[in-house]
Design a protein around this ligand. Structure first.
Ligand code: SAM
Ligand code: SF4
Length: 326
């Protein structure tokens, strides 16, 4: 269905948990999250029902994220439930990769088609530093398992933080040169743990591209419909591609096709718009499908024209990225 600005909204991102097995410095505090009681988050039955209703207003694509989606118990069952919804033709996951290798086959059997794996450094000590506890080998295993299982396109999400990993741009690009991987460099956004975010740590996508073009020839790739906001380039002579996601320097809101369901069951039109509608409340007070469908329509209609990220997250914006679903 179209929103008020003519954008076709067909993509639902779901935060299935706000918990995580890593503690990335820009995302969470060292102590992790204030644990929500189980009853505060949506059950699998509730999520499947909501996705089914969403599919009736045009959603075709679902991404499970969080927090870390793979720490939610029986996540495979949820993937299976969603993949049984006839109108949903694409199910993907965004994961830190820690648990992925051991679960990959079952996830794929349950209907998972694609995976985005987040990885901010190729140097073990730096990876441990930024995640506070992660082991790089786990993420490597995840990436190669996804390739082995041919879950193409396998995408790697890399947040570039000036002074931390901007010296690794060429090393990441080399991965896309050697393997059929799609490396997506993301500008560092002021969400999550704002004690870590600083304007000086943001490197613009343009600067990232210039650094990569010192060694590699990038050729603009054809825009793939529904493929999200990244600008993709093929890397000449290489097997993979490079993408740049530039929410800070060049917002891509005109192409936005998504809405977001938080772990606590509220629907948001935009990561950066604090307005949300509680579907959990509607579900638990016995609302019928038609009534919930109307709530989806309301959120789609209230999607803002563009985000206001450059104005800052704002103290009144109580939610963190891991609650909304990054
Ligand atoms: N735990 C999973 C993971 O790390 O892939 C899924 C949730 S995580 C919040 C989703 C993505 O958001 C990750 O790629 C993470 O790097 C990104 N992210 C979190 N905070 C960010 C920030 N301040 N700026 C840019 N990307 C951010
Ligand atoms: Fe966890 Fe993902 Fe946040 Fe890192 S970015 S702390 S892996 S939710």
């Amino acid at each position: 269905m179209q929103d008020s600005y003519g954008r076709n909204i067909n993509y639902l991102r779901i935060s299935v948990t706000d918990r995580c097995n890593l503690r990335c410095r820009y995302c969470m505090s060292e102590d992790g999250v204030d644990k929500l009681d189980h009853s505060q988050i949506l059950s699998f039955e509730e999520i499947v029902r909501l996705v089914d209703i969403a599919s009736q207003v045009g959603v075709r694509k679902v991404r499970l994220t969080g927090g870390e989606p793979l720490v939610r118990r029986n996540i495979i069952q949820l993937v299976r439930g969603i993949s049984n919804i006839p109108k949903i033709d694409d199910i993907a996951i965004t994961t830190n990769g820690v648990l992925f290798a051991q679960m990959a086959e079952q996830l794929k059997d349950a209907g998972l088609q694609r995976v985005n794996i987040s990885l901010d450094s190729l140097v073990a000590e730096k990876f441990k530093y930024i995640t506070r506890c992660g082991n790089l080998t786990d993420v490597r295993n995840a990436i190669f398992r996804a390739l082995e299982l041919e879950m193409h396109p396998v995408k790697i999400n890399t947040v570039i933080i000036k002074g931390f990993n901007d010296d690794e741009l060429l090393d990441f690009a080399e991965l896309a040169y050697i393997y059929p991987l799609h490396i997506r460099f993301i500008e560092f956004m002021p969400v999550g743990d704002l004690l870590f975010w600083k304007k000086e740590r943001v490197l613009s996508a343009r600067k990232m591209q210039e650094a990569i073009e010192k060694k590699y020839v990038l050729k603009a790739a054809k825009k793939i419909e529904g493929n999200g906001p990244a600008k993709y380039y093929n890397i000449q002579g290489g097997k993979g591609s490079i993408g740049f996601i530039s929410p800070m320097s060049n917002h891509f809101c005109g192409e936005c096709n998504r809405i977001r369901l938080t772990a606590e069951g509220s629907l948001r039109g935009c990561l950066y718009d604090k307005r949300e509608i509680s579907l959990k409340h509607a579900l638990r007070s016995g609302a019928g499908d038609e009534e919930i469908k109307r709530l989806f329509v309301n959120v789609i209609k209230m999607k803002p024209f563009k985000h206001n990220m450059n104005a800052g997250w704002g103290v009144e914006n109580k939610r963190k990225m891991y609650q909304i679903g990054g």
